[in-house]
Design a protein around this ligand. Structure first.
Ligand code: PEP
Ligand code: MG
Length: 540
């Protein structure tokens, strides 16, 4: 039996087979120098791409609909585009490797499409890029993410947010990573999925553990490979106990979250994409308090279009059946990176070009999001909020931009709905000027993960600093109290969507401060409802 000690990022017991995830190589293979062979490799890759797309077409048509499936159809036609094929063949003739020829031709054609005046042709730039990326991946022998035949425990050195979103979530019983911090987005995702997770686990990945039986104890931060009978039966008992505790919490399902003093607290869920709606409903969420839009941007080669964003938001809004959905605009940057925006590498990404800073400077990134959000608001109760606010002028600019978007939609005759407009308070600057900011918006949602990081000057990603990352620090709690007070004075509602919102040791404190909403991982809702129902305190 091999034992690994880690830091628990989410509790629970999982028992299953280990799947070891290795990073993919994305280097283009060198040309073999033989143009006939390279052309042959390209032709074979084209055939594989066609088969993949045919499968994807059927799946998309069944699961999403004919309209979305047509995008795949267009891509299949592009595989036969004579100009593209000629460009690749010419490059190969001139000594280029097949993968490089597919990539460079894709770049040339994609730029040419993007420069066209016709909106339809412009939109095809994305398809060309998608198809050439697919061909390159096939030629480089890369898989699209990880495939798991049966449910199991995912073991990895580390997982970036982009890698995590591509994993077969329905098959993963637990995450175990050798790196990562308990405040990272991958840990947050494990909480959304409601599965045990360990980070910074001391476990030898070179040991032959792939496929072996494994147990993860997310309560104590331990995992076992090839557990002996005694350990296995102890863990099974613990698993049953956890199941029994959850069963008892079921008494709170469907009950209102009201304190003994009669104060209603909204218990909402944090999610990352439309597939999480079911998890939120299963958790008995009263709404969505944070939809992290950036998860729609990760793990892909191009930015989602307005249409794709609209479909995703509409699915969430409809899925929540009239309950409020708070959509946060893109918070890319820092630990969540995508290549296709071409953002510069920065020395201090957490203090850099991220969140609303990007949107305020790049209309082409901000516009599709806001259009999609307003369009989705036709289908339910939508609130929109903006990350990383530090100044009043930013909020005023956002409001001007939003007014412009609504005018645009009206002029185009496109239906849009009303939304509440709020901000995330997650920088000390925003907390300190919360009184001024409260006059500008309909609500506040406190991002305690970043508020703690910036107040304590501690990188939330740096595993070495986990010990110093103290979200209970009096400075953080003082700012939180100030934020709630500013909201109350202005008569707006105020919630917490950072991880601290789920900390039951602070629930009473938050109610005393005057918070109206806690938005947490779906799996924590019933436990917090019990806590709220037992609370005897009142806002002070
Ligand atoms: C936060 O900072 O607390 C928050 C909710 O946003 P994120 O974790 O996505 O940065
Ligand atoms: Mg944040």
């Amino acid at each position: 039996m091999l034992k690994g000690i880690g830091r628990p990022a989410y509790s629970g017991i999982a028992i299953g087979r280990a799947y070891v995830y290795h990073k993919q190589q994305s280097q283009l293979p060198a040309s073999c120098g033989d143009s006939v062979k390279e052309q042959q490799k390209f032709d074979e890759a084209r055939q594989v791409a066609r088969e993949q797309l045919e499968e994807l077409f059927t799946k998309t048509k069944e699961e999403i609909g004919q309209e979305q499936a047509m995008i795949i159809d267009v891509q299949m036609m592009m595989l036969d585009d004579l100009d593209y094929l000629e460009s690749v063949a010419d490059m190969i003739q001139n000594g280029c490797g097949a993968a490089k020829a597919a990539q460079d031709s894709g770049d040339i054609f994609s730029s040419a499409f993007a420069a066209m005046d016709d909106e339809y042709m412009k939109a095809r730039a994305v398809d060309v890029k998608d198809i050439s990326t697919r061909l390159v991946k096939i030629l480089c022998g890369e898989q699209n993410g990880l495939t798991m035949e049966e449910p199991g425990i995912l073991v990895a050195e580390d997982l970036t947010p982009s890698e995590t979103v591509q994993l077969p979530k329905d098959k993963i019983l637990a995450f175990v990573t050798r790196q990562g911090s308990s405040n990272s987005h991958t840990a947050i995702l494990a909480r959304i999925m409601n599965i045990p997770s360990l980070v910074q686990t001391k476990l030898d990945l070179d040991a032959d553990i792939d496929g072996k039986m494994m147990v993860v104890d997310g309560f104590n931060g331990v995992c076992y490979v090839d557990p002996d009978e005694e350990t296995l039966s102890e863990m099974r008992k613990k698993q049953q106990q956890a199941t029994e505790e959850r069963r008892q919490l079921e008494a709170y399902r469907g009950k209102p979250s009201i304190t003994k003093k009669g104060r209603k607290i909204n218990l909402f869920a944090n999610i990352g994409n439309p597939q999480d709606v079911q998890t939120a409903l299963d958790g008995d969420a009263e709404g969505i308090g944070l939809l992290r839009s950036e998860f729609l941007y990760l793990g892909r080669d191009t930015a989602p279009t307005e249409e794709e964003l609209f479909e995703a938001y509409r699915t969430v809004v409809e899925g929540m059946q009239g309950r409020r959905v708070v959509i946060r605009t893109l918070d890319i940057g820092a630990d969540k990176q995508v290549d296709y925006f071409g953002l510069d590498k920065e020395d201090n990404p957490a203090l850099g070009y991220r969140g609303i800073r990007i949107c305020l400077e790049q209309d082409e990134i901000f516009r599709p999001q806001m259009r999609a959000i307003y369009r989705a608001a036709v289908y339910g109760k939508v609130s929109v909020m903006f990350p990383m606010i530090t100044s009043v002028w930013e909020v005023q600019k956002i409001k001007e931009f939003c007014a412009k978007i609504r005018e645009e939609l009206a002029a185009e005759g496109i239906a849009y709905g009303e939304t509440e407009l709020g901000i995330m308070v997650e920088t000390p600057a925003a907390a300190v000027i919360s009184r001024e900011l409260a006059k500008e918006v309909d609500f506040f949602s406190v991002g305690t993960n970043d508020l703690t990081q910036y107040t304590l000057a501690i990188d939330r990603q740096n595993a070495k600093l986990d010990r110093f990352y103290d979200a209970h620090h009096p400075a953080v709690l003082a700012l939180m109290s100030l934020i709630a007070k500013s909201a109350q004075e202005a008569g707006i509602w105020c919630g917490i969507c950072g991880e601290l919102g789920a900390d039951a040791a602070l629930t009473e404190e938050f109610i005393k401060m005057g918070y109206d909403e806690l938005s947490v991982s779906p799996g924590r809702i019933l436990e917090l409802r019990k806590k709220i129902c037992e609370c005897e305190v009142e806002p002070q």
